[in-house]
Write a protein that binds this ligand. Structure first.
Ligand code: MRU
Length: 360
């Protein structure tokens, strides 16, 4: 089943994004031409999901070099560096964003002619810089699907026949370049002809579950029901729930995880009921430089996401909201990580580092 929609697509001189703010009611694509437009689109969540914003940022850098293709190498490089800083600041929590930017910038800065210390740099063309940045962005895009398919194959072996699964937020093709991570595991289980049923956390406040995950599951013809986030613990008590699976925005070296707000309490409920709690994480989401969850910056977003729904004010005028977009799930609430290189069990400090070392 090849996705019929694309979260992002390079169009030669622009980046086309599926506007996820409009789904599921309207399928609208928007074309972006500058890194500033791309940074705004990431901040405003036209595109969202850790792997998708990483690939988007890489193409944002390709737009920067395209814009400067008729200038000098050093002028284009200067603009590329400023664009990298702008894009990296768009959202703080997902490490994939800075990972993708670093993939581009380290390869550009480390090549002989890209080095600012190199006196020959001026002789290189800005056009050559664009070709180089674009090819790295394309590689990031292409490797995303293969990574997710590999991860999902490993993960689906953890899904029993007939399983009922709780999933939080959106982690499918929309949140990645294609196929998805946690939702990819669910998709792979369905493709392996397992009869599964998904309980989709609606995921307040932006409703990524109700709006996006349900939309993707409908197209994949995977049976599911949307539940309010607060229903999960109750359903664990009175129904057979076989596992929970979520994606993540950053995994610290000790196995603590930053993911969409509500993940932590879902993990606590799963632990209390003895239900396996899996985190799907491509190696690009594992951040060995961050020792533990308390060192991860949590994004706080506008009050309006909580207080207003589709333009309708829900709360009394004057009421304020506190709106952390992510939370930290401690490592001891996580049964295992599913990566493209296999399933990783505790002790996480040793085993996450070991899996990252195996990454080619
Ligand atoms: O705020 P969002 O919608 O970008 O948050 C997305 C999530 O929390 C996902 O679970 C995570 O990025 C993994 S996507 C494969």
């Amino acid at each position: 089943m090849e996705g019929i929609y694309r979260s992002l697509q390079w169009c030669g001189d622009s980046l086309r994004l599926l506007d996820q703010r409009e789904l599921p009611l309207r399928t609208i694509y928007i074309d972006l031409r500058t890194p500033t437009d791309v940074a705004t689109a990431i901040r405003e969540m036209v595109v969202r999901g850790a792997p998708a914003i990483g690939a988007t940022a890489a193409y944002g850098l390709a737009l920067a070099t395209y814009e400067k293709r008729d200038t000098t190498w050093s002028e284009a490089l200067g603009y590329l560096r400023r664009s990298a800083a702008l894009l990296a600041a768009a959202r703080p929590t997902a490490v994939n964003l800075t990972w993708a930017i670093e993939q581009v910038m380290s390869q550009v800065e480390n090549t002989a002619s890209g080095s600012s210390a190199n006196p020959d740099a001026e002789t290189e063309s800005a056009e050559g810089l664009h070709a180089r940045v674009l090819s790295i962005a394309r590689r990031i895009e292409e490797s995303d699907r293969a990574t997710n398919v590999a991860l999902s194959r490993h993960g689906q072996s953890l899904v029993p026949e007939g399983a009922t699964i709780i999933h939080h937020c959106n982690t499918g093709s929309l949140a990645t370049v294609d196929y998805g991570t946690a939702l990819g595991v669910i998709r792979a289980a369905a493709e392996a002809h397992k009869h599964i049923h998904v309980l989709v956390d609606e995921t307040r406040p932006r409703l990524q579950g109700a709006r996006l995950t349900s939309w993707e599951l409908q197209q994949l013809e995977i049976p599911h029901e949307i539940i309010v986030d607060g229903a999960a613990a109750h359903l664990m008590r009175c129904r057979q729930i076989d596992l929970c699976i979520v994606g993540c925005d950053r995994v610290a070296a000790n196995g603590d995880v930053a993911n969409k707000i509500g993940t932590y309490h879902l993990s606590l409920a799963a632990k209390a009921h003895g239900i396996p709690f899996y985190v799907a994480a491509p190696c690009s989401t594992i951040d060995l430089a961050t020792p533990h969850g308390d060192a991860i910056e949590i994004e706080y977003r506008s009050d309006d996401e909580v207080l207003v729904c589709n333009g309708l004010r829900l709360a009394p005028l004057g009421a304020r909201a506190c709106n952390p977009a992510f939370d930290i799930t401690p490592a001891d609430c996580i049964t295992a990580f599913v990566t493209e290189l296999g399933v990783v069990y505790p002790p996480y400090s040793a085993n996450l580092a070991a899996v990252c070392r195996r990454k080619p």
